[in-house]
Design a protein around this ligand. Structure first.
Ligand code: RNT
Ligand code: ZN
Length: 418
């Protein structure tokens, strides 16, 4: 049956619940999703071909064909976004700079190193987001950066972060599109610390210094990301949940909620409504923790649906910035981008197809029977037909037809990279 036929049937069913599927598709297509560049090369960057990934995060797998340079990464990213509906941004780490072969120390990374990214993003109609890279570096080797007890090391990272804000502001101005800069620090300790307060005080003072220079929020907005633990930082992370929430609330920064950065029974979907009472905006790092902060590829699961519903029910699309953060080196990396980002798009559309007012009315009336009954029935409405139409209307492959394109690209491009 054609996509149109299935869609018209679905449209009729959703209309019975007062939901307009055309409008839902249009709204879904307007919500930007920031796709992380680092899925394309296992968080490696272009700084050091032999460098290891450090900072307590890990990529496993050795699937052939990973991008080895800027051109390959861009080509792979272009392939991926051609298979994903909706509005897209690219999220860059500073060690993805274009230094034209020159070695540039992190604290010297400057706006000009992103000129070619800006040109490319304009051409591809992508917004850009940004991150200082405070890991995979000799000066982060003992697990501390901006909270390091050694002032020289601290200052090095503070300089890098200050420079990152300047790069981001430059990109934002050139693109005429605000960049969100995410500050994630790996700082922590494997074993029980003797002075938690001291380390956190150093981190607070470092952030104060990093954010001292006034930069228009028209060009750049700063976000800080908390974390509960990392590999080699199991006993203590300096930038804990309370630290980052407190800092963001007091200093008018965005808080980054990564779905893998909380205890396993805590859910980011539940944190959105609380944090937005005290913060103007937040950034999400949508990931999929499996037993730990494993950064598995995002799938269309219950927590993803719950996150999207919270954003849509509260009408928070201007205040919640959606970024993805997963990395898997054990499967085709382009497929990983497509699977994860299409899952996010599905979740947004799914949430937009919910008759939220009806559910809320049941709740207010205390009719929890109807609330649960309707929530269950909604799960088996013909959602797939609406998602197919969303893809088709944007000239994006419908259902699994994108996979053959990735397989062909693997054969013709990726496997030739050996
Ligand atoms: C690490 C954080 C962080 C990184 C990226 C590469 O646990 O989630 O956001 O994954 O910045
Ligand atoms: Zn993250």
């Amino acid at each position: 049956m054609s996509t149109e036929k299935m869609y018209s049937y679905a449209k009729e069913i959703y209309a019975k619940f007062g939901v307009n599927t055309d409008k839902a598709i249009k709204r879904a297509s307007e919500i930007p999703v920031s796709i992380h560049c680092w899925q394309g090369d296992d968080v490696h960057g272009f700084e050091n071909p032999d460098g290891d990934l450090t900072g307590g995060i890990q990529v496993t797998g050795n699937y052939p064909g990973k991008a080895r340079n800027i051109d390959e990464l861009r080509a792979d990213f272009e392939k991926a976004v051609s298979l994903i509906p909706g509005k897209k941004r690219i999220n860059l780490h500073s060690f993805y700079l274009d230094s034209c072969g020159e070695k540039v120390s992190r604290e010297k990374i400057a706006p000009k190193h992103f000129d070619s990214w800006i040109e490319w993003a304009k051409e591809k109609n992508l917004g850009i987001d940004y991150n200082p890279s405070c890991f995979s570096h000799p000066l982060s080797a003992d697990g501390m950066t901006i909270s390091h007890p050694d002032k020289n090391i601290r200052d090095f990272w503070i300089e890098h972060c200050k420079g990152s804000r300047r790069v981001a502001a430059y990109i934002g101005e050139k693109l005429g599109n605000t960049v969100i800069t995410n500050f994630w620090m790996p700082d922590g300790m494997k074993d029980i610390p003797a002075d938690r307060y001291g380390a956190r005080l150093r981190m607070k003072e470092a952030y104060d210094e990093i954010f001292r220079e006034p930069i228009s929020t028209q060009y750049n907005k700063d976000a800080i990301e908390s974390k509960v633990f990392g590999i080699g930082a199991e006993s203590f992370t300096v930038g804990s949940g309370e630290f980052c929430l407190g800092y963001a609330a007091k200093n008018n920064k965005l808080l980054t909620l990564d779905t893998g950065h909380f205890h396993p029974t805590e859910y980011v979907s539940d944190k959105i409504s609380s944090t937005l009472l005290f913060l103007d905006e937040i950034l999400l790092h949508v990931s999929r923790p499996v037993r730990w902060d494993s950064d598995h590829v995002v799938i269309f699961d219950d927590e993803l649906k719950a996150i999207a519903s919270e954003i849509i029910r509260g009408n928070f699309t201007e205040r919640v910035h959606i970024g993805l953060d997963f990395f898997d080196g054990s499967i085709n990396r382009i497929a990983a981008w497509v699977i994860g980002t299409r899952a996010m798009q599905k979740a947004l559309l799914y949430a937009l197809l919910e008759p939220s007012d009806l559910l809320r009315d049941f709740e207010v009336q205390g009719d929890y029977t109807s609330r649960l009954a309707l929530m269950e029935e909604l799960k088996t409405l013909p959602f797939a037909a609406v998602f197919d139409m969303y893809c088709e209307s944007q000239n994006i492959p419908v259902r699994d037809t994108w996979l053959s394109e990735v397989k062909a690209y693997e054969k013709n491009v990726l496997l030739k990279r050996q």
